[in-house]
Design a protein around this ligand. Sequence first.
Ligand code: ARG
Length: 473
Amino acid sequence: MTDSSSDTPNTTQAGGQAMWGGRFSDKPAELMQAINVSIGFDKRLAAQDLAGSRAHAAMLQKVGVITSEDAAAILKGLDAIGREIEDGRFPFREEFEDIHMNVEARLRELIGPAAGRLHTARSRNDQVALDFRIWVRDAAERTHGLIQALQKALVAKAEPHAATLMPGFTHLQPAQPVTFGHHLMAYVEMFGRDAGRFADARTRMNESPLGAAALAGSPFPIDRHATATALGFDRPTANSLDSVADRDFALECLAAGSVCAIHLSRLAEEIVIWMTPQFGFVRLTDAFTTGSSIMPQKKNPDAAELIRAKAGRLLGSFTQLAVVMKGLPLTYSKDMQEDKVPTFEAFDALELSLRAMAGMVADLEPVPDRMAAAAGAGYATATDLADWLVRELGLAFRDAHHITGAAVKRAEALGCDLPGLPLAELQALEPRISAGVYDVLTPQASVASRTSYGGTAPDQVRAQIKRWKETLP
Ligand code: ARG
C-alpha cells in the first residue's frame, strides 16, 4: 500500500511509503506481524547496524554511487540516531519490524528522501549478517578477556597454596594426595583452552559479509575491501551466497561457550562439595553465599549452583541454533532471525558466570587442616608403598600392588592408617621391607615425590604457575 493516508503498520515507512509497498496492496495480518517482529530483541544490534551503515554510506560516496551531499546528510542523520539510542530516546517501533528498518525509517524522518539512498547495493540479508557477526565477534573478544580474568584469579589463589595438601580423587574416592594449588591450576589449563577456542573462532569469523547484498553480489561498483577495513575485518567474505547463509561463526562460539560453561560447572560443583560441612575444605564469605529463610545455620553456595545450572543455557542455545540451521537450503531464510535470542542469552549467561566465578575464586578460603587430614585418609599413599616396593626391592609392580593391597586390608582390620601400621605387620607380608618405607607413606612425602613434568610436587606446581603468569596479560 503506497497511499500515505493508509495505515500499513509493519511495512510503512515514515512519510507513508511502504518499504515494499510497490508489490503489496494489503496490510499484513496481526498474527503475521506478531510472528515476524524482531525489534524486541534485535535492538541489541543497534550500534552494529549504525557502524555498518556508516561504512556503507562512506563507501558508496567514495565510489560515486551517491553524492557527497547525500552521504553527508546520511552520516549526520546516523550520528543523531546514535545519540538518540545512547540517551534512550530512540523510538523503537514494532511497526518497522526489525532494527534495520527502524533505523532507516528514523533516518527518513530526520533527513528526508536522501535516507532512501543508503540501501543502494545492500540488502537486509547482508546487513543482518554483518551486524550479527560484529556483535558475536565483540562478544567473543569480551568473553576471551573474562576467561583470562578468571584464570588470573585462579593463579593468584593457587600461588600461596602450591604446597597445601588436599586429597586427589578418582570416582570421588580418595586416590592420591595432591596440592590445592595443583588442583586449581588444572582449571587454569581448561580455561586456557577455552580462551584459545574463542581466539580461534574470532580469527576465523573476522571477514565482512557486507556487499554480498541479497545473495548474488551487487552490480554497483562497490568496494567491499574498503568497508571490511573500515569495520575492523581482515577481509571481505569470498562467496556472496555463503556470506548471507553462514551462521557458523555463532555456532562455533556457542560450542566454545558450551565447553567453557561445562568447565565452569565442574568447578562450581567442586565448590559446592568442598563447602559442605562433611568436606569442609573451603569457606566462602557472606559476599558469595546466601542464608536460608527458615534454617538459621545455613550458608548456601548459590552462586556456584547457578553457574552449574547456567551450563544448561549454553548447551540449550547451541542446540537451538544448530537445529535452526541444520535443514536450511542456501541462502537466507527467515528462520535465521531466530539466531539472535539464543546467542544473546548464551553470552549473557556465560559472561555473568565467568564474572561470578572469578569473584567466588577470589573469595574462596581453603581450610588447610581439613584438607591435609583428608589427604592422608583413605590409604591415599598406598600407591607410594607399592612404588617403594618396586624401587627398593625390585618387585614387579603387579606383585607390589598385591602386597600393598594386603597391607591396606591389615591396616583396616587394625583400625590404623598406612603410616601407623607396625613394621612387623609389613614384614609379615614381605620380610625385606625396612623402616625406610615410612618416609614415603605421609601425604607430604607422596606429593613431594611427584616431580614428573606437570606433577603435583610443589616445585612443579610453582613452575606451572610461573608459566601462566608469563602467558596471561
Ligand atoms: N530481521 C531479519 C533477521 O534477523 C533481517 C533480515 C531480513 N531479510 C529478509 N529477507 N527478510 O534475519
